[in-house]
Ligand binder design. Sequence first.
Ligand SMILES: CC(C)(COP(=O)(O)OP(=O)(O)OC[C@H]1O[C@@H](n2cnc3c(N)ncnc32)[C@H](O)[C@@H]1OP(=O)(O)O)[C@@H](O)C(=O)NCCC(=O)NCCS
Length: 165
Amino acid sequence: MTSKPNEKSDNYLIFKLRPLQLDDLDAVIEIDRLSLPTPTKKGIYQYELVQNQLAHYRVLVVEGNGRTSELIGFAGFWLMGDEIHVSMIAVHPAWRRKRLGERLLADLLEQAKASQAVLVTLEVREHNTAAQSLYHKYKFEVVGRRKRYYKDTGEDAILMTLFLT
Ligand SMILES: CC(C)(COP(=O)(O)OP(=O)(O)OC[C@H]1O[C@@H](n2cnc3c(N)ncnc32)[C@H](O)[C@@H]1OP(=O)(O)O)[C@@H](O)C(=O)NCCC(=O)NCCS
């Protein structure tokens, strides 16, 4: 179980980003379950990690202050030529609004630049204002909409892109 942040003693925490490993998958699907209307099956992440050559996932862990290392967020993308597509970015609900989603996105964009990508694309649910606000903050622009793209809620997908200069 993921512990909650402690406002009094959490000044000494260390946040680290590292590549996703097989051992991380249970924590990843737990965060996914808490984040999406329809949870992603573990096998999908396993496929992403083991078989999908295009996929690149990194996890955010918190350490220090007597805590054992805990996985509290992750982000992934597919690298296709000079384009990357953001497949997922999520922070455990107990750790949101602490600029950690931003840290994951900034790290993902650094990886994109290092991979010589020039375009970042993504889809986001029309009612997911938190994620849309995060993407706008990083200068993503709305370029389209796919009607009723998400079968579980019937929501439209908002298509957003960012050109890397
Ligand atoms: C989207 C998500 C990753 C943001 O993570 P977070 O760590 O809470 O976000 P941060 O603290 O880094 O916030 C960065 C910016 O995102 C936006 N934001 C984050 N949460 C928000 C909220 N609840 N309402 C409005 N804006 C929000 C703001 O622009 C914020 O900047 P600000 O602090 O200057 O206002 C997180 O809400 C999440 O995991 N959601 C569920 C998974 C998901 O929907 N992923 C996106 C799939 S496309």
